[in-house]
Ligand binder design. Structure first.
Ligand SMILES: Nc1ncnc2c1ncn2[C@@H]1O[C@H](COP(=O)(O)OP(=O)(O)OP(=O)(O)O)[C@@H](O)[C@H]1O
Ligand SMILES: [Mg+2]
Length: 335
């Protein structure tokens, strides 16, 4: 189980034109991902999904709040002490091409982490070969044909399977899949998603899926939780099917209205409810972060920040003062 409370992350960016400025990538995020469970983070580009995923995987620092793994707070530990805890969480990146060393065969790629694991767990060297075969079979690859190959001799889908196999060499309890299918040929995407789902069921690993596509989020964890992130704040959180059936936050509604009805995995939608302008970090941080784009905004929204909570209006947590104002999601807004 990994939990986060009030996680804050600010990046300092240096630009030639604007000079130094601060970007609030995460503004006090709470999360809890149980053992064997599933969660998805969705939100548009730049909202902080990868930053949060990297913090969860121990690859990024944070400036405030608390992260705990199986009840042990990571905040007070030294980096070396954190390592054995974060081993349980492995990240699968978007790009299987750059994730694998092109000069190494798949055998060599798996051998290094497996021999380290053998040492850590006191296993004999003879265990390594068997385990390499095992992890490849787990991800649906034939060890006999794949082990001697180089990454360039495999398809994108096969490479991503190798990346997942490599993550499995350290016996993780959770996989963080950051847009893990977005760079893979459309015809192979469902296979990778099905694999992650299958690993959840067979190995009991939890899966955190980072995506900007709700259909993908639903596929991987229809029993899991959906976190809708907007400009570093979770604006809606709850069971994925509850949110899809009745989204409360106007931002969630706009994301959902962009789902193509039949081919959610293949293309973005054509008619979002609201115009999706590019993020402008210099815009006001006062009040609700979404107010400027919200068709339902009221006076209060521009001065006070709504926090994530449950109200009588809906069973899922939402950060909106006026959840009862929500309307039909498929109606394009007049702009
Ligand atoms: N290493 C970094 N240095 C400075 N700013 C960063 C860094 N990484 C991320 N940011 C900024 O933090 C914000 C959140 O970025 P992040 O990559 O987490 O978003 P994201 O939701 O994963 O976006 P995408 O969907 O495009 O992958 C953005 O404004 C981004 O520019
Ligand atoms: Mg990202």
């Amino acid at each position: 189980m990994i939990t986060g409370t009030g996680v804050v992350k600010t990046y300092k960016q240096r630009g030639k034109v604007l000079g130094a400025r601060e970007v609030q990538a995460l503004r006090g995020v709470d999360f809890a991902i149980p053992k064997g469970g599933a969660a998805s983070f969705i939100g548009e580009s730049g909202c902080g999904k990868t930053t949060l995923g990297r913090i969860i995987a121990g690859l990024e620092t944070y400036d405030g709040g608390e992260v705990a793994i199986d009840g042990v707070s990571m905040t007070e530990l030294k980096p070396k002490q954190r390592q054995p805890h974060f081993r349980k969480i492995q990240m699968i990146h978007q790009d299987p091409y750059s994730a694998l060393n092109p000069t190494r065969t798949i055998h060599q790629t798996l051998y290094a982490p497996l021999s380290l694991r053998a040492k850590q767990t006191g296993r004999p060297a003879s265990w390594i070969e068997g385990r390499a075969t095992e992890v490849l079979s787990l991800v649906g690859l034939d060890p006999a044909t794949v082990l001697s190959r180089y990454p360039h001799q495999l398809s994108g889908g096969m490479r991503q399977r190798v990346v997942i196999a490599r993550a499995l060499t350290v016996d993780p309890e959770m996989l963080v899949a950051d847009e893990a299918v977005s760079m893979i040929d459309v015809s192979l995407r469902l296979g990778i998603l099905a694999l992650l789902k299958d690993l959840r069921e067979r190995l009991g690993v939890s899966v955190l899926f980072i995506t900007h596509d709700v259909a993908t989020a639903r596929y991987i964890g229809d029993d899991g939780e959906l976190y809708v992130i907007y400009r570093g704040q979770v604006v809606e959180r709850g069971p994925v099917d509850t949110i899809i059936a009745d989204p409360v936050h106007p931002y969630t509604q706009s994301l959902l209205s962009a789902i193509p009805v039949l081919h959610g995995l293949e293309q973005p939608g054509e008619h979002p409810v609201m115009p999706l302008e590019s993020l402008n970090e210099s815009q006001s941080d006062e009040g609700c972060l979404f107010a400027r784009r919200c068709p339902f905004r009221a006076e209060r929204c521009t001065t006070e920040r709504p926090l994530l909570r449950i109200t009588e209006a809906a069973p899922q947590e939402h950060a909106c003062f006026y959840p009862e104002r929500r309307s039909v999601i498929a109606r394009p807004m007049e702009v």
